[in-house]
Design a binder for this molecule. Structure first.
Ligand SMILES: [Zn+2]
Length: 628
């Protein structure tokens, strides 16, 4: 404890010095480093592209979107909806700094929190002792033994047993804690009659710990087969928020930093078995599906965000995998692409990816716990090393049903299932690689496959299809493509690239009005500054200082530019061309939509209808020319 002789402002200074803005922000926002600053999506307003920046040197954060900004303490106040006093009190406790006794009304709040912590700790010890001392705990011990949980593990994880009676826990500690504290700790529930009874009865108790290792809640497993639910968890309390805490994080965090990956499993016992066997960087969500906040917590420890999903391989597990994947993508949305390709390809450098998802799904449908018990942890680790990337896994789920006796119709059906996955691949070269792989695997002609992908653009489809969906979808792609091109201006450090870029897009029409404004500004400023990118960025910020929307876009462009850093000459040109094609495709889709709606309104013998049909044929020919 700090000596009490310090003044309040000295203590505040000390707290301010010790609190780390990156640490504070990263527990709630996924950040990516760019130059001296870190960038992410703002937690205070809804955005998909990052305009929220943290400057660790200055200890400040600033959102270029909503204007929110300040130091670590104001971040905590805002995000936790806490008063200045309560934030200080929490930080003081965290750093083990003693506050003067006169310090504000938050004293009561902090004291209550301490009491709750104390009760949870004592309950944890009590449950643990019960396991060995109570005869009625026999079933619990037998269950643990059956799952291969040894006494050493039981002691290390302080697993326990809650007795059958309705007020055993309360009787044990009622001289030390008020009924309110029991309730606030989530250890009692009110019956309809209004009595407080112990929440956990005749269950195996699994203490849930925070990042620092303090007990903040319990998960409790049923022992008898008729007991419902199978797992009962503490409710959310002042200490515990189940959508933010991951089971096992206190043990996993150091290894997550070291090995730069995390394995997410389904249940408490999966985590306990794996960690006890030596695979430490394993976590699970506690009785809830994975949330965006969980993913942020992971990103705080795994810098390159390598996430291995190791759920059960049954139908429910596959669903959980799918759901978690969506959550992970949401958490990282706007920060860049998912890693989708394992083979080395010069144009795709590693740090371009925002995260990497792999699926650990052992072949013979065992959950991780079973697998580890049967084959040992070393086998499981080997399995993890070979775990496929998400896309490969998803493809395999479809391709595994292939058999050489497939008729052409069967193959076509399979190709149709695969197409949505292939179409989602953002990079054309990678997309072609996948087409090649799949075509070979199910023994279809590669070109036939490509034609099948193009078929959706056939004349018949164009006339019969409602284009609105396609246009909306490609509108996002088109906007992204315009941004990609503009971002390249913020990257070019040399005349050759700059010339190539300006020349290439000279005749490309932009669609988004804000992007047109920025493009004009870049054109104008570029002439005056002689390819000094920093100056260009500064001038843009100054020019649009009053316009938040445009400022946001510029921040976005700076960010996007970063993902294109270190491209070779050849790849730079590929990126330029790819994005131009995307814009042109969108424009041609829009025209087709217009044509097709006009065409629908006309009768067949109409002369105008014939003309439109001719124009359509022309469009399609052109489209095929640039390889859509
Ligand atoms: Zn904001």
């Amino acid at each position: 404890m700090a000596e009490t002789g310090k003044t309040y402002s000295e203590i505040l200074d000390e707290i301010r010095n010790r609190v780390d803005i990156l640490d504070v922000v990263q527990s709630r926002v996924v950040l990516k480093k760019r130059g001296a600053n870190y960038w992410g999506c703002c937690p205070f307003h809804n955005e998909k592209t990052p305009s929220f920046s943290v400057n660790p040197q200055k200890g400040i954060f600033k959102c270029f979107g909503c204007g929110e900004g300040g130091d670590a303490i104001s971040f905590l106040m805002k995000i936790n909806n806490q008063s200045f006093g309560d934030v200080i009190k929490d930080l003081a406790q965290q750093f083990n700094i003693e506050l003067p006794h006169t310090y504000g009304n938050s004293k009561q709040y902090a004291e209550e929190k301490d009491k709750i912590k104390d009760l949870l700790n004592k309950s944890c010890e009590y449950y643990h002792d019960n396991l060995y001392s109570l005869p009625e705990a026999k079933g619990a011990l037998e269950y643990l033994e059956k799952r291969g949980i040894t006494k050493d593990i039981i002691d290390e994880y302080k697993l326990g047993y809650s007795p059958k009676g309705y007020s055993e826990l309360q009787n044990k500690f009622k001289s030390l804690f008020t009924p309110q504290i029991f309730e606030k700790a989530g250890l009692t529930v009110k019956t309809e009659k209004g009595d407080n009874v112990d929440r956990f009865r005749h269950r195996i108790m699994i203490p849930i710990r925070d990042e620092a290792g303090s007990v903040i809640a319990f998960g409790a497993r049923a022992i008898e087969s008729g007991q419902n639910p199978k797992y009962l968890n503490s409710p959310d309390t002042v200490l515990y928020n189940k959508s933010r805490i991951l089971y096992g994080i206190n043990v996993a965090k150091e290894k997550m930093i070291q090995d730069d990956y995390v394995v997410i499993m389904e249940g408490y016992f999966d985590v306990i078995s794996a960690q006890a066997a030596g695979l430490k960087n394993v976590v699970a969500s506690c009785g809830t599906a994975l949330t965006v906040d969980h993913v942020r917590l992971i990103a705080k420890y795994s810098k390159s965000r390598k996430i291995y999903l190791a759920f059960d391989t049954d139908a429910a597990g596959l669903k959980a995998t799918q759901r978690s994947t969506d959550v992970i993508k949401e958490a990282f949305s706007g920060l860049g692409n998912l890693k989708i390709y394992d083979r080395t390809y010069s144009g795709l450098n590693e740090d371009k990816y925002t995260c990497e998802i792999r699926v650990v799904a052992p072949f013979d449908s065992k959950d991780p716990d079973e697998y580890i018990r049967e084959y040992g942890i070393e086998e499981y680790k080997k399995y993890i090393k070979k775990a496929p990337l998400l896309l490969d896994f998803e493809l395999e789920q479809i391709l595994k049903d292939y058999n050489p006796d497939f008729s052409p119709t069967d193959k076509l059906a399979m190709v149709k299932k695969i197409m949505p996955l292939i179409e989602e691949i953002p990079n054309n070269i990678v997309q072609n690689e996948y087409i090649k792989l799949v075509a070979e695997r199910i023994n279809v002609d590669e070109n036939a496959f490509i034609r099948e992908i193009n078929r959706s653009a056939s004349l018949q489809n164009i006339i019969n299809k409602d284009f609105t969906g396609i246009v909306t979808k490609s509108s996002n792609i088109c906007e992204k493509a315009q941004k990609n091109l503009l971002s390249l201006f913020l990257l070019c450090g040399n005349d050759t690239d700059m010339m190539y870029l300006s020349e290439s897009i000279k005749n490309v029409k932009f669609i988004d009005k804000n992007l047109i404004i920025i493009r004009e500004a870049i054109d104008k400023i570029s002439c005056q500054i002689n390819n000094d990118v920093d100056k260009l960025i500064q001038s843009l910020y100054v020019q649009f200082a009053e316009d938040n929307e445009l400022k946001d876009i510029i921040t976005d462009l700076i960010y996007i530019a970063d993902s294109f850093r270190n491209l070779s000459d050849k790849d730079f040109k590929t990126v330029v061309q790819e994005n131009i094609v995307r814009i042109q495709q969108y424009q041609s889709n829009c025209e087709k939509k217009e044509f097709s709606s006009k065409y629908k309104k006309l009768s067949d013998d109409d002369v105008e209808s014939m003309q439109i049909q001719m124009q359509l044929r022309e469009k399609i020919k052109n489209k095929q020319k640039f390889g859509d």
